[in-house]
Structure formats: structure tokens, C-alpha cells
Design a protein around this ligand. Structure first.
Ligand SMILES: Cc1ncc(COP(=O)(O)O)c(C=O)c1O
Length: 386
């Protein structure tokens, strides 16, 4: 048997793959497990987007390779969206790159920027792909401490670390904490990166998933720092299209070129019909659709928050993302997750999965139908009473 690469020994299994395996084991025993773990929207995209996909799929000239930079109409739609939504001008040829979901771009950016001995600056509570991408590139991770608002404390990063750092990851609205920021944060983070020659990587898939009237910004609104900033967006959460695997990287033309150099050696673009439907989603989805979808998530968020104490957790209301980030009253997040799975048959993501700052937390997804959520909360309450 051929021996797998050493790389695998340094790459932990993707945490959700482990959770899914445990849930499957219980399900095979006939147990009905309710998953509040994964952040996959449970509602469909707008109907006209599905129709656009179907129309395009029926055209005979839409089935060949689409080119390494994706379809021009999708790049143009992303640029137009940034102009309308954020007032940010992007050149669709040089500053927009379609992705097969933003996770792909995040990991490939790590391959484009990190060598052995380099460091990625990753907030101590973060989406796992930032650290996994660094490990895959043979680089190391420096876990940046976060404050009570879950913002990275940049001044706490030692100078010797900054000398080796190539990327700083930020993500607001944040997965898993739901934390949000204003433009002043992006200004500070971008100026910091420019000072130390670090690429600011702003992962922004939840920019259209917000509550209580909060409107999320873009790191690219800090116009002086475009050459130092790359931002990732995704149709997964903004338009309920997680299974479609469509996202984009935007910003620094140099970073986009470097990312494309890796990507074009790995994949050959998406199905043209998906680009076409994605462009329709960006160009034509009315704000009222986004508001109505967010109102459903907000109602679920509030239902979860109203039961927090009785299920042994404490949380502040998030203004964005698909998650409630809840602190346990007793034991670690992992203890709570195991207890909930075994006793209430409800599955959560343990906070430790998001880095060393998440140990005492669990993440609860609002991407779950109302009736299942209500049953899950009843079961958890019963378990906690016993
Ligand atoms: C913060 C963050 N970034 C990126 C992604 C990846 O999304 P996708 O690959 O579906 O675009 C996710 C998915 O949950 C996420 O939470």
C-alpha cells in the first residue's frame, strides 16, 4: 500500500465530517436526531433563480467548459452588486473571480500565499477553513486573541509573529459568534495589514443575513486599502444557494491574479447555467425577499434566545449570521454537545471546533425548520430538568 502524504497527518478531519458520522450512527439505530449544527439554509432560493437555471440548462451551448475566470455576466453581476450595495467600484475583469463556493477560494488563497514557515493570523474563534488552509499549505497558524465583542486584538500580536505573517482573516457577520463590525474596524484592520505587508482576507458570506435593522458593510468600502484587501462572498447564505457552490473573490487585482494561478491549475470553472442563474439572483432578487427570509431567521433566533436559560446556556442576540453562540452554564461545549446528542438527540457544533477561544461554547444554527426547532428546544429543556 502506498503511504499517504505527511500533509494528511497535519490536517485534522473536517469537524463537520466527524459530527455527521456520529449523527448517522444514531440515525441508523432508528433514533431521530435533530441537527442544529450545520449552517445550511433550509429554505430555497427565489423561484425565478431556479427557472433561470432550468432555462439555461436546456440550451445546447451551455454545457461546455466555462473558462477559468467563470462567465463574464456573473463577474459583471458581482461588480454591479458591489456598486449598488456598498458603493464599491470593481473591475469585473481584474478584481472579480468566481469561485466554486467561497470555501474553495479560502483554501486556495492559503495555497497562493503561504509557504512552510509562514504564518496565517486567525482569530481564536473562526471558521475552520482558515486554519485548515494554512495547514494544507504547510504553514502555521497564529491564533489572535479576541475581545468581548469577538474582534481580534491586533495590538496583542508580537512583532516576531508579524514578520512571518502573510494573511489576516476577518469575518463579519461572524461564524460562529454572530459578531458584527462597523467600517471603523475595517479601517483599522486594513491600515494594520498595510503597515506590516499582510493581505487582509475578509470573509463576508453573511453580509445579507442580518437582523434588527443592522446592515453589514464590506472591507472594500475602506477605499485606500483595496490593494491590500481580498474579500470573499458566497451565494450560499445570501440567496439560500449553499448546494449550488457559487461564490466570488473580489478586491486586490494582484491577489485575484495569484488566486487564479492556483485555481486554474485545480478546477475548470462552474456549469454555465449556474453562473447565469447566479447572475440573475444578484441582479434581480428584491430586497423584500431578503428581508422576509431574514425575518424567519430572526424569529427562530428569538425563540432560541427565549429558552436559553432553561436549556443550560447563555447568549447575546446576534445581529447577523445564521448562528446563536451560546456559553454553557457547566462543563465545556464538547460536554454539552455530547450530553445533548445522547440524551436529547439534538446535535450542535461544539465551540472548540472554531479554535481555542471556543472551548466553553456551542453553536446553534437557525437554518432549521420552525417545527423541528421547537421539538429540539422541548427535548433539551426536558433533558436539562432531569
Ligand atoms: C464564515 C464562512 N466562510 C465561508 C463559508 C463557506 O461557504 P461556501 O463555501 O458555501 O460559500 C462558510 C460556510 O459556512 C462560512 O461560515
Amino acid at each position: 500500500m502506498s503511504r499517504p502524504a505527511d500533509r494528511l497527518a497535519h490536517l485534522p478531519a473536517y469537524p463537520f465530517a466527524i459530527i455527521n458520522q456520529r449523527v448517522r450512527q444514531l440515525t441508523q439505530q432508528g433514533i431521530d436526531v435533530i441537527s442544529l449544527d450545520v449552517g445550511s439554509p433550509d429554505m430555497p432560493p427565489p423561484e425565478f433563480v431556479i427557472e433561470a437555471l432550468s432555462r439555461a440548462a436546456h440550451q445546447p451551448n451551455k454545457h461546455g467548459y466555462s473558462g477559468y475566470k467563470g462567465a463574464p455576466e456573473f463577474r459583471r453581476a458581482v461588480a454591479d452588486y458591489y456598486q449598488r450595495r456598498f458603493g464599491v467600484a470593481l473591475d469585473p475583469e481584474k478584481e472579480v473571480l468566481p469561485l466554486l463556493g467561497s470555501k474553495e477560494g479560502i483554501v486556495n488563497l492559503c495555497l497562493a500565499y503561504l509557504d512552510r514557515g509562514d504564518l496565517a493570523l486567525v482569530p481564536e474563534v473562526s471558521y475552520p477553513a482558515y486554519s485548515m488552509g494554512a495547514y494544507m499549505a504547510g504553514a502555521e497558524v497564529y491564533w489572535v486573541p479576541v475581545d468581548e465583542q469577538f474582534l481580534p486584538i491586533l495590538d496583542a500580536i508580537p512583532t516576531d509573529v508579524l514578520k512571518r505573517a502573510k494573511l489576516l482573516w476577518v469575518n463579519y457577520p461572524n461564524n460562529p459568534t454572530g459578531a458584527t463590525v462597523d467600517l471603523e474596524f475595517y479601517q483599522r484592520a486594513a491600515a494594520f495589514c498595510a503597515k506590516y505587508d499582510i493581505l487582509l482576507a475578509s470573509d463576508n458570506p453573511y453580509f445579507e443575513v442580518t437582523y434588527d435593522g443592522y446592515i453589514a458593510g464590506s472591507a472594500l468600502q475602506v477605499t485606500d486599502f483595496k490593494p491590500f484587501t481580498i474579500e470573499f462572498i458566497s451565494m450560499s447564505k445570501s440567496h439560500n444557494m449553499a448546494g449550488w457552490r457559487l461564490g466570488a473573490a473580489v478586491g486586490s487585482a494582484e491577489a485575484i491574479t495569484n488566486l487564479l494561478q492556483i485555481k486554474s491549475n485545480i478546477d475548470s470553472g462552474h456549469f454555465l447555467a449556474i453562473y447565469e442563474a447566479g447572475a440573475a439572483a444578484l441582479n434581480e432578487t428584491p430586497q423584500s425577499w431578503i428581508d422576509a427570509r431574514n425575518a424567519v431567521y430572526q424569529r427562530r433566533r428569538d425563540l432560541i434566545l427565549s429558552r436559553m436559560n432553561r436549556i443550560g446556556l447563555t447568549a447575546a442576540p446576534p445581529k447577523g449570521s445564521l448562528y446563536v453562540w451560546a456559553k454553557t452554564h457547566a462543563g465545556t461545549g464538547q460536554d454539552y454537545v455530547e450530553g445533548a446528542l445522547n440524551n436529547a438527540h439534538v446535535s450542535f457544533a461544539p465551540g472548540s471546533m472554531y479554535g481555542p477561544g471556543g472551548t466553553d461554547y456551542v453553536r446553534i444554527s437557525v437554518g432549521v425548520p420552525d417545527d423541528q426547532l421547537a421539538v429540539a428546544l422541548d427535548r433539551l429543556e426536558k433533558w436539562q430538568r432531569n
